[in-house]
Design a protein around this ligand. Structure first.
Ligand SMILES: [Zn+2]
Length: 306
């Protein structure tokens, strides 16, 4: 069995919880799936036409969270923290059954999802994983926001920066190597908002399930959550988490160097659409152990891709 082969979860994972935006209760069951299935959502509360592929082409809204919709208009939203956990843990294939239109928010981070995946463990198949290698630099600038990706040898590096006109959040930047670094601080970092934005979100019929249990709320110079922050860069680390989850909508693991300033779900989706609009920008290859010298596999960061 090769670490470079596709993986699924060893047994199913079940959980429920309140959803962030609609404030409803949702039940989720993540089931093992065969090689080359990818990540698939199934709305079990909808009869027929209820399969939604976790693919960037299916992103129908990326304003406050990432929403996927199939061609029949059936959707599932706030998928990004679960997708980030699946990416980071190396789950290539899974069927996610859900009985509502939004994934439970849990504590606002990927902590619960990562712990659940680690607890059941992974099943390794005989099918090699596929990897997307970025071949050309792609750049998107939108006012003060920017995102770019360029070729890299074997890793996925995310270099993210946020600038907030708030003394607690302020300017934060972090750089992570997704396949080589310890990602616990990224997984544990919660979604956040400014206290003054809560009223606006509620008026837009959003954040109805939001509370100090599932989001960091910053009011002026204070973090309102008891216990404060989980790590020194929790705000930008959460943006990196979102970025990982949104990138996984490419369907495969990516090799490239991504730089983003003040971006979010929408910009990451635009980047994926731009990458895949031209075949010259990328290549997709299968990673077979026998095609790589043994000495390289031992040192190869791709070990942790798997
Ligand atoms: Zn998020």
């Amino acid at each position: 069995m090769s670490v470079l082969n596709q993986k699924t979860i060893k047994s199913s994972i079940e959980f429920d919880g309140v959803t962030l935006h609609k404030g409803k209760m949702a039940k989720v069951k993540i089931l093992p799936a065969n090689p080359d299935t990818g990540i698939i959502f199934k709305r079990v509360d909808v009869k027929g036409d209820n399969i939604i592929d976790a693919n960037f082409h299916n992103v129908s809204d990326a304003t406050f969270c990432t929403t996927l919709s199939n061609s029949f208009g059936v959707s599932v939203s706030t998928i990004e923290h679960l997708m980030a956990a699946l990416y980071g843990c190396g789950v290539d294939n899974a069927l996610i059954e859900i009985d509502n239109e939004e994934v439970p928010i849990k504590d606002g981070s990927s902590k619960f999802f990562v712990e659940a995946i680690v607890k059941v463990g992974l099943e390794i198949s005989n099918t090699p994983i596929k990897i997307i290698k970025i071949l050309e630099k792609i750049n998107i600038i939108d006012g003060e926001k920017m995102i770019s990706i360029e070729p890299s040898k074997t890793s996925l590096e995310i270099d993210f920066e946020i600038k907030f006109n708030n003394p607690v959040i302020g300017k934060q930047r972090n750089v992570v190597n997704v396949y080589e670094n310890e990602l616990m601080d990224i997984y544990n970092s919660r979604t956040f908002c400014l206290f003054e934005d809560i009223e606006k979100l509620r008026k837009m019929n959003l954040a109805k399930g939001g509370s100090l249990e599932n989001a960091i709320v910053v009011k002026g110079e204070k973090v309102l959550n008891e216990g404060g922050l989980r790590n020194g860069k929790e705000f930008v680390n959460h943006k990196i988490l979102d970025c990982m989850g949104d990138l996984y909508l490419s369907g495969y693991k990516i090799i490239g160097k991504l730089v983003c300033s003040q971006g979010g779900h929408r910009l990451t989706n635009q980047l994926l659409r731009k990458i895949f609009s031209d075949n010259q920008n990328f290549s997709i290859f299968e990673l077979k152990e026998k095609t790589i010298p043994h000495s390289i596999i031992n040192k190869f960061p791709l070990k942790s891709i798997a």
